[in-house]
Ligand binder design. Structure first.
Ligand code: PMP
Length: 312
């Protein structure tokens, strides 16, 4: 099946549905000049059993978008876009693009819609935009070789990682660029104190002595919705979970490690800084969590995670 061609699709932009090619901002606009936009990306997955599309954890993505807007003082977003309107617009968007039978991603963005406005935020108009694109694969699903980046993660008091703000992704781009040039698939950033934060576009988990461990939400990271899902699945499976500061060297001696994210899904980490993790293959807990996550997305979980899916 040929993946959905988003360039020929329909986008939501400035209060209406328009051809994707018309959903553009000016070179003098605040998102281009200063990265003044916030976003989320969520998956809409095909359910083979009932032949319908379902958005994965739509409410949680909406709530994180609202929080990103709050942090950035895009104060008008939540009143103008209550959840019901957001959900209805996403349903219309997927329907207008005629998506059926394949998993896709939706990118939903709020941007400051002003020209040559300097670095101001407050009081400027901001608008909601969204488009659909094929899920593809951003990294090899069988596993990745990672390095610890020489770039540190931007601190909460500099560019808050908790807000999914476009301008903050310069940090991830520098990490990714360095990693690729050095022959790695992706990088893990430490914070200013040397603790593990996250990968470029995914959270990090390790397994040590049967326990699932991930850096705390106050370690300069994005509060990933896949991260939360993985922890909830682990609890259901009876795997002990810990959110705490993780040292760099714990990565080297972990029994298993993986990254989690909407676009990445769950991908085993095969090595960090050339130290093989576990046996250099996906470990049993990683495999189990990955399988459960896939079932939760596609509705093959016997209803265990039905509350996470919104029919589109
Ligand atoms: N961290 C960063 C920096 C990200 O860009 C992403 C992708 N959105 C994640 C973590 C994972 O978040 P989620 O599971 O909500 O996709």
């Amino acid at each position: 099946m040929t993946p959905f061609d988003y360039t020929r699709g329909t986008a939501f932009f400035r209060e209406s549905f328009v051809p994707f090619g018309e959903a553009n901002v000016s070179i003098a606009s605040s998102p281009v000049l200063y990265g003044l936009s916030v976003y989320t990306v969520f998956s809409v997955n095909w359910n083979e059993t009932d032949k319908k599309m379902y958005a994965f954890r739509l409410k949680e993505h909406y709530e994180r978008l609202v929080n990103s807007a709050k942090i950035m003082d895009f104060h008008g977003f939540a009143p103008a876009w209550p959840y019901e309107r957001f959900e209805a617009t996403i349903k219309d968007l997927v329907e207008k693009n005629g998506i059926q039978g394949e998993d896709v991603l939706v990118r939903a963005t709020i941007f400051v819609d002003a020209l040559i406005a300097g670095t101001k935020i407050h009081g400027l108009p901001h608008v909601f935009a969204a488009y659909v694109y094929p899920i593809g694969s951003i990294l090899p699903g069988v596993g990745i070789n990672m390095c610890v980046s020489s770039w540190i993660r931007n601190a909460d008091n500099a560019i808050p990682s908790r807000a999914k703000v476009n301008g903050g992704y310069v940090n991830a781009c520098l990490m990714k660029n360095e990693a690729i040039l050095d022959g790695y698939d992706d990088a893990i950033a430490l914070d200013e104190h040397g603790h593990v934060t996250e990968a470029t576009v995914a959270n990090v988990f390790i397994v040590r002595n049967g326990a699932l461990i991930t850096p705390s939400a106050n370690n300069d990271l994005l509060e990933g919705i896949t991260r939360r899902s993985v922890m909830e699945i682990a609890k259901k499976l009876g795997v002990p979970t810990e959110e705490r500061a993780v040292d760099r060297t714990e990565l080297y001696i972990a029994d298993e490690a993986f990254i989690s994210g909407t676009s990445a899904r769950l991908i085993p980490i095969l090595s960090v800084d050339k130290r093989p993790i576990g046996g250099g293959v996906a470990g049993p807990i990683t495999q189990q969590l990955s399988a459960e996550y896939g079932k939760a997305q596609h509705g093959t979980d016997g209803g265990a995670y039905a509350a996470w899916r919104t029919e589109i």
